[in-house]
Every structure is written in C-alpha cells, then in structure tokens.
Design a protein around this ligand. Structure first.
Ligand code: P6P
Length: 351
C-alpha cells in the first residue's frame, strides 16, 4: 500500500489520495479525457456493482448451500460450481442492465452472449469466477474482465470480430479478488489502481494507487505436480529458483497468485502439459487482461515465443501458455525457454 502522504502540489495530475471512492476516482479520470463521454465510466461502475453482489454471495456461500458443484460441465469441460453459475448470471445481468455492453464472452458459456444493447459501444470478455475449485475450502477466488470498444457498427448486432481484436486493443482490464478482503484492481491503459471493498459502506475505496511491481522477486508459482512434464528450460529455471531458496507459492487461483506477485514481485508459470499441450489458461478472459495490467505495472507477460498481448486470437476460448510477473524473473526464464528475444510491444490505449 502506498503510504506516502498525498501531496497535491507535486502529485501526478491524475493521482488521487488513498481513501477516494471508486466512483469519485472514475469521475476524476473521465474528466481528464476530453472526449470521454461517460459510457466506459458507467461500464466500470456496472462491473463494480456485480462484484459487490458476488462478494456477498461468496462470503455467505457456506450458509445458504452455495458451495459444491452444479452436476454439469462448462464449455471448458470443467465441473461447474454453483457459484460459477451465480457469478456468471450476476455479471451478465449487471452488464446487460447497464446498457453499455452489446455482447459478452464468458468462460461459462460456449457462445457469444448478446445483451440486446445493440447501441452499446463496448464488449466484455469475462471469467466470472476463476479458481472456483477452491470455493469449498475457503481459498481466494476471483473475477477477471477485459473490455474492448466494438468494431462492428453501433446499432448493428455484435459479431465475434468484436472479441478477436487482439490484446493491445483492450480499453480496460481488471480483476476482482474475493480474498481476506475483496479488491478491485484495474487499468484503463495508464496506471494500475487497487480498490478495497468496505462492505459497511458498500464502497470500493482506493487503497493501492498506481501499483508498480518490483523489477525482481523471490517467489515462484507453478503446479509442482506437473514439473516432470515441463520442458527442460522450465525445469532448469525452477531448479535455479530452488537453489536460490525462493519461496514456492501456488494457490490454485490465478487471480490470487497473480495479485501477490503483482504487489510483491514474483513469477507465475503455466507451461504446456500433456493435458494442456497449448497451455491451460484462456487467452481472452484470463491472459490478455492480466497481461494488460501486468505491463502497465512494469511486469512482463509472455508465452514460449511472444508477449501475450501480441498473440493473434483465432478463437474466443483459445488457451495459451503463460509466464507472467517481475521482468527480471520472466526475462531470465525466457533466456532459457527461447533464446531469441521475445518481441515486446507494449502500448497504452487511451479511453
Ligand atoms: P492446476 C483455475 O482452474 C485455473 O484456471 C487458475 O486459476 C489456476 O492458477 C490454475 O487453473 C490451476 O490449474 O492445473 O494447477 O490445478
């Protein structure tokens, strides 16, 4: 948490003090962009509203029989948990009722979801509740979202092309971590800011302004049970981590592992495995949004050959290998995995 006293005389013109509400922060940012017309601001508010509702459901799941499975699988072939379905419904309803979103892609749904808001300027790709296998054991879980300005004509029916623009075209990305506290962390292409939810006020409050990740770290996150199936380069890197007595931290919830590494420095690895030869994590609603955030906090996000944001998408549910975290750690891994330099083309999308 940035505890330096807020000095308005020297602060970044867009900086606001810890304690600012999310709503005031969004309005302040909107005023900073002359052509902002308020739709993206409203969209972010709609996401925050759904996050508050999911926070409530997650925190009482054990009391109202919301833990456990639905007895069915999602498009990924994974067993859907009750809260997966509830979170999917809550975010879809909030974004549909908000009116700014014309279509959604969700981890929980095979097909693109049309909201009926054909005049909406934005589309959203979302993992409503990542890490849901951890729900029953009270381990942190999270929502991950990615926002694009549509390319199809406003007023027409949205198309899949609206979602296949590529990671650099995101106008905003973020996640909500339902952990020891509930936090919303997002960027609109410039700084990365964290807001902690105060349920007594019903407000997300700015607690982590302008997050910047340490250049290096001493924590690595991967599923050690898969190590024997990893390539020699990843195995070599993990051996180096152990020799240096780095800490192994792997929660099984990408959002939680990513958030810790974002704040403290570290690296998360999901290499190819026999079960997932192209990697397990989904490009559109896990890797792109976290990579968009990561690069703006000073991190790296790559697969075996390129920056995540440079991957050209072909399918809305496609998967990728992911190595994401402190630049010194990711660069060292890449020097082993792919000696050719990984092309890194970071960009800043203005809202
Ligand atoms: P494994 C959860 O299913 C998830 O998508 C990420 O949140 C998590 O980091 C990873 O998969 C865990 O996968 O194969 O190690 O159980």
């Amino acid at each position: 948490m940035n505890t330096a006293p807020f000095d308005p005389t020297h602060a970044h013109p867009l900086a606001l003090p810890v304690g600012t509400t999310l709503d005031r922060y969004i309005m302040h940012r909107q005023h900073a962009f002359a052509f902002a017309t308020g739709e993206l601001s409203q969209l972010l508010r709609d996401i925050a509203l759904a996050g508050k509702i999911v926070h409530r459901e997650v925190n009482r799941a054990g009391l109202i029989d919301l833990t456990g499975g639905m007895g069915q699988q999602n498009v990924q072939g994974e067993n859907q948990q009750k809260l997966d379905v509830i979170a999917d419904i809550r975010f879809r309803r909030a974004l549909t009722n908000g009116g700014e979103v014309c279509a959604l892609i969700s981890e929980e749904e095979e097909e693109m979801i049309l909201t009926g808001n054909n005049k909406g300027k934005y589309v959203v790709a979302i993992d409503p509740l990542d890490g849901s296998s951890n729900i029953d054991v009270n381990v942190s879980i999270g929502t991950i979202f990615s926002i694009y300005r549509r390319v199809s004509p406003i007023g027409s029916e949205p198309t899949i092309a609206d979602f296949l623009q590529g990671g650099h075209e995101q106008v905003a990305a973020g996640y909500i971590l339902y952990g020891s506290s509930t936090m919303l962390v997002y960027t609109t292409g410039h700084s990365v800011n964290g807001f902690t939810y105060d349920a007594s006020l019903g407000e997300f409050i700015l607690s982590h302004p302008d997050i910047k990740t340490p250049q290096d770290g001493a924590t690595y996150s991967c599923n050690d049970g898969n190590v024997d199936s990893y390539g020699i380069a990843v195995k070599t890197y993990l051996t180096l981590c152990r020799k240096r007595q780095f800490s192994a931290r792997y929660i099984g919830s990408l959002v939680a592992d990513f958030h810790r590494n974002l704040l403290k420095g570290g690296i998360y690895l999901y290499p190819p495995t026999p079960a997932n030869p192209n990697g397990k994590l989904r490009l559109l609603y896990e890797c792109y949004p976290l990579a968009f955030i990561a690069e703006r906090a000073g991190c790296r996000a790559v697969n075996d050959t390129e920056s995540i944001l440079n991957i050209q998408p072909t399918d809305v549910h496609q998967r990728t290998t992911l190595y994401i975290g402190a630049p010194v750690m990711v660069d060292e891994l890449m020097s082993l995995v792919n000696p050719k330099p990984v092309s890194k083309q970071a960009s800043t999308a203005a809202i």
